[in-house]
Write a protein that binds this ligand. Structure first.
Ligand code: SF4
Length: 229
């Protein structure tokens, strides 16, 4: 397990390295060029030796796919990670995907295989939080799934979020670093997301990357894994 500078979690555990999503701003790809976690970043690699990191005692919020996208994992990898999560309920776990449709099918297949159609009643607890990563309107249009949060980071344009399955929390952030073609968000894009969240009584958590842009409107409500259920 690694401590993380990501402000929304305490730590990361990565049992998979690599991602075929091909995002231009991907920091994992940059790190992989330096540290060679996997042979080809576009081909996810399973690293089961990291499963033992779930067994640490000190309770933490842990991001489980900071170097991949759980929607692109093999179903068997998801099952093994879920088993480690079930065995370690002292932590809270967070998973993020840009492929909610594929992930949803894999989770349904896992729960059906175990003879129960309800994912959460199958595991009898609620310490795994799923989010959908949205950076553009096209991704938002494919994100109409019931999840715990949307992560709109980096926001690349003004976005109307799916209305039907609005989650309890919206996390918003800007692109960081000095990458070529970096998109500087406009305040009105963020204000529009906040209005949508307010209309749904959802919390808003802005990353530090937006503090200067938002000024007095900067806002950090509670994160899903900080809200008591
Ligand atoms: S989804 Fe995440 S890990 Fe995958 S390419 Fe995009 S930024 Fe990188």
């Amino acid at each position: 397990m690694r401590n993380t500078k990501i402000e929304t979690f305490d730590a990361t555990i990565n049992c998979v390295y690599g991602c075929p999503n091909n995002c231009e701003y991907c920091y994992g790809n940059v790190l992989n060029k330096r540290f060679h976690f996997c042979k080809d970043w576009k081909v996810p690699e399973w690293k089961p030796e990291h499963l033992k990191e779930f067994y640490s005692k000190n309770p933490r919020s842990i991001f489980i796919d900071s170097m991949s996208d759980i929607g692109t994992w093999e179903q068997e990898w998801i099952e093994q990670v879920i088993n480690a999560i079930v065995a370690n309920q002292q932590h809270k776990y967070i998973a993020l995907t840009k492929r909610p449709a594929v992930l949803s099918n894999k989770l349904i297949a896992i729960t059906n295989k175990r003879g129960n159609r309800d994912f959460y009643s199958l595991y009898g607890h609620r310490n795994l939080f799923f989010g959908i990563s949205i950076t553009t309107q096209a991704q938002a249009d494919r994100a109409d799934y019931s999840v715990d949060f949307y992560s709109v980071e980096p926001i690349l344009e003004s976005i109307t979020l799916p209305w039907r399955s609005f989650p309890k929390v919206i996390i918003i952030g800007a692109e960081t670093g000095n990458g070529k073609g970096k998109v500087i968000p406009q305040k009105k894009w963020i204000d529009y997301l906040v209005r949508q969240a307010d209309e749904h009584h959802s919390a808003v958590f802005m990353k530090e990357s937006l503090r200067q842009l938002m000024g007095d409107d900067f806002r950090q409500d509670k994160l899903p894994w900080d809200i008591e259920r």
